[in-house]
Design a protein around this ligand. Structure first.
Ligand code: SAM
Length: 203
């Protein structure tokens, strides 16, 4: 399967609760991926040997599952897994929209839960490593209603699994929680036709 990298090097940026939450989301990620038609090969990068994230992970998954080969866990940072120009860090703060999913790219997802929102954390890591960044094309396909555009790790996983299957963003973005969307028509905003009533009013 296509590699998918999770940058697990945010140990210091999370409180204990955030870290527990992050691990729970990662357990969901692994389950979602295992049930996918064509699973990704998951790389958990930047793990600290004997670190808090690893310990919590093993506690949550069990020693056996952790070493079962559902994913590769490595202390190597994401930028050592693939050549710089093939890596794309997915970050909500990127100015570049991922309009086309590339089945050859090595996408990186930040393994972080930040309840209090620390914008730019993953963007900074990507910049330091000198790799490309992209955000999901949320504004392009959806009329946003409320809430942050920082999706959870399991939401990210569902979206990536779906878009990797057929490149269909509107289908994939159905995994965005409905409460965040104003008008769930899933048509590009630019091409969406005006409702009949409004058009008449303007004449
Ligand atoms: N402030 C955090 C940061 O700097 O990344 C947000 C963390 S978000 C809860 C967890 C990860 O999911 C992000 O690091 C990113 O990889 C991915 N993610 C969440 N929403 C995204 C979006 N709208 N576009 C691209 N990636 C997103």
């Amino acid at each position: 399967g296509q590699p998918l990298l999770f940058d697990m090097s945010f140990e210091k940026d999370m409180t204990l609760r955030e870290r527990k939450n992050c691990i729970q989301q990662m357990v969901k990620v692994i389950g979602l991926n295992r049930r996918a038609l064509r699973p990704f090969h998951l790389h958990l990068c930047g793990m600290v040997d004997g670190g808090l994230v690893e310990k919590d992970f093993i506690r949550e998954l069990g020693e056996r599952a952790f070493h079962q080969g559902l994913f590769t866990s490595t202390t190597k940072p994401f930028y050592e897994i693939a050549p710089t120009n093939e890596l794309v860090y997915l970050t909500p703060d990127s100015r570049c929209k991922l309009l086309e999913f590339d089945p050859k790219a090595f996408y990186v997802v930040g393994g972080i839960v930040d309840k209090l929102m620390q914008p730019g954390l993953s963007l900074a890591k990507a910049k330091r490593a000198g790799i490309k960044t992209a955000c999901l094309p949320l504004d392009y396909y959806l009329a946003w209603r409320l809430g942050s555009k920082n999706l959870t790790l399991d939401q990210m996983m569902s979206i990536l699994i779906s878009v990797a299957e057929d490149g269909d963003w509107p289908r994939a973005l159905q995994h965005v929680p409905q409460r965040k969307i104003r008008n769930p028509t899933f048509a590009p905003i630019g091409s969406r036709s005006e409702p009949q009533g409004q058009r008449n009013k303007r004449k």
